[in-house]
Write a protein that binds this ligand. Structure first.
Ligand code: FDA
Length: 506
């Protein structure tokens, strides 16, 4: 699927007749690089050797998305879609293979449409989580959307990969909280839930971005939140018994700490752990709960920040109570020389003190920039019969998700990169006996191309059988159902990338 320059020219010619020229940036345009880089999170993917798009269409209207799809289909040029630009492997704006493609960037297509007191909102696809939180908190206080910690993540990528976060124990993952959506399919038609059908509607809420079409808007379910919630960051060191604290934490997640109003997320780095607590209620109730189940954490009233939910989301993102909530509206990235690579695991049996102790000694303390983020499950995300609510499959019996991240400065391929990547590989290998196996589960939103990539079959379609290597780790038993939805929504596999869902063979 490598179009000739003739078809590239005719694709651009087609765009020029249907989309205003100031919204289309070709490689020769002076703003091309700045538009390309505008939401890039990882400088690893903006080097001279990166396979860049033929052009970027900065759609400001749904009709531009439809036109881009029709021009692309007619001229054999594929599209990649970008909302928040946080894809861990940069697949929303680069291709691993040398193919000709265009990017549809939805950053201009953003907005939250809600009414005070209403438990739902239409959200344009290019909106970030921070913009969503701000709109809900300022216009519709008393409600929340269970999103993630990072404000600049796009709502669309977040939901497309399932979407886990600090409120999911109360309300489920992001994909569980979608009531309707509008999607542009491979014919350029605009479909809502009724028109796309329940199978495709199920698939877009966690079956991975790009695979089924371009989502242009989501109708999200909003859920009640008390006027005041409590957030606390508790830092504990080796000397303060961090190993035993983490071991105690993991043993309480499903029982007795299976209190959905309470989430304690843990960040491990170097020789410390940060216990990030969100309690959907007041400090006194939080302390009473912890006194019974996790007194060792030693939290006191002086540690508590009692805030509105919106301010609490700002606290979770910025780590302080001083930054104004308007900071959540800032989409600008300042990635600088922050190179990173991440991967993930799931834990269903407690690791135990000995395991955590070795982990700190052998890995975490050996790379001050390496990090593990432990996201507790249980509560609403792990309840009975939730395995097919939306495609996110890591539910019943999961204690927590692990995200391993390695950061380094300042090169894409040099010695610092090699050391950072070697550390990540080492810690991932070390954890093998402690995490799930057959498959070794992984989280779709923490995309890792090292888990496998699509192979294109003789029929020109992504191979369902090769896709099992990576997709059964992300989607487990839901992979086949996703592939069936793909065959329904996009049988010619027009929307695809290195880890998109292949169509189920006939
Ligand atoms: P981006 O625009 O790069 O898109 C990601 C994927 O979705 C691409 O394949 C893209 O083509 C596709 N896509 C985007 N828009 C689409 C649309 N409108 N229709 C169809 N497909 C579309 N995750 C999480 O669950 N919880 C968390 O707390 C965090 N925290 C976090 C912090 C930081 C700093 C980063 C970099 C990432 C996370 N993530 C996360 C992971 C994040 O959810 C994941 O990378 C999302 O795919 C990012 O969505 P964006 O829209 O920003 O990315």
């Amino acid at each position: 699927f490598l179009p000739s320059s003739a078809s590239s020219d005719s694709f651009l010619q087609c765009l020029s007749t249907v989309i205003p020229s100031n919204l289309v940036f070709t490689q020769s345009s002076s703003s091309f690089t700045s538009v390309l880089q505008s939401s890039v999170q990882n400088p690893k993917f903006i080097t001279n050797t990166t396979v860049r798009p033929l052009c970027i269409v900065t759609a400001s209207d749904v009709s531009h998305v439809q036109s881009a799809v029709r021009c692309g289909r007619a001229n054999g040029v594929r599209l990649r879609v970008r909302s928040g630009g946080h894809d861990y492997e940069g697949l929303s704006y680069r291709s691993v293979q040398p193919e000709v493609f265009a990017v549809v960037d939805l950053a201009r297509l953003r907005g939250v449409h809600l009414n005070p007191g209403e438990a739902s909102a239409w959200v344009d696809a290019g909106t970030t989580l921070g913009e969503l939180y701000y709109a809900i908190g300022t216009t519709n206080p008393g409600f929340l959307f269970p999103g993630g910690a990072c404000a600049t993540v796009g709502v669309s990528g977040f939901i497309s990969g399932g979407g886990i976060g600090i409120m999911m124990r109360k309300y489920g993952v992001g994909g569980d909280n979608v009531l309707d959506a509008k999607i542009v399919n491979a014919n350029g038609d605009l479909l809502d839930r009724a028109a796309m059908g329940e199978d495709v509607f199920w698939a877009i809420r966690g079956g991975g971005g790009e695979s089924f079409g371009i989502v242009v808007a989501w109708r999200l379910k909003l859920s009640p939140v008390p006027p005041i919630v409590t957030v606390v960051n508790t830092i504990r060191t080796m000397e303060q018994g961090v190993v035993d604290l983490v071991a105690k934490w993991e043993s309480t997640i499903l029982s007795p700490l299976n209190v959905p109003d309470l989430t304690i997320r843990v960040v491990l780095q170097n020789t410390v752990a940060i216990f990030q607590t969100l309690y959907l209620g007041r400090c006194t109730d939080l302390l009473n709960t912890l006194r019974n189940v996790f007194p060792e954490l030693g939290m006191t009233a002086a540690d508590c920040n009692e805030l509105t939910w919106l301010r609490a989301m700002a606290f979770v993102y910025f780590g302080n109570t001083n930054t104004p909530v308007e900071g959540l509206l800032n989409r600008t990235n300042n990635v600088g020389d922050h190179y990173f690579k991440a991967t993930s695991d799931y834990v269903r049996r407690a690791v135990g003190s000995a395991g955590w102790s070795s982990l700190y000694q052998q890995w975490l303390s050996k790379n001050g920039n390496g990090q593990m983020i432990l996201e507790p499950h249980g509560g609403a995300v792990g309840g009975a019969n939730t395995n097919t609510t939306s495609p996110y499959p890591h539910r019943r019996g999961v204690l927590f998700n692990i995200q391993y991240g390695s950061n380094w400065c300042c090169d894409a391929n040099g010695t610092m990169a090699a050391a950072g990547l070697a550390w990540l590989k080492g810690i991932y290998g070390f954890m093998e006996p402690f995490v799930t196996s057959n498959p070794r589960e992984a989280f779709a939103n923490y995309r890792d191309l090292d888990l496998g990539q699509n192979v294109i079959g003789k029929d020109g379609l992504s191979s369902y059988w090769s896709g099992r290597v990576w997709a059964e780790r992300y989607f487990m038993g839901n992979y086949r159902r996703l592939a069936a939805a793909k065959a329904m929504a996009d049988p010619t596999d027009y929307f695809r990338n290195e880890q998109s869902i292949p169509p189920l063979p006939k």
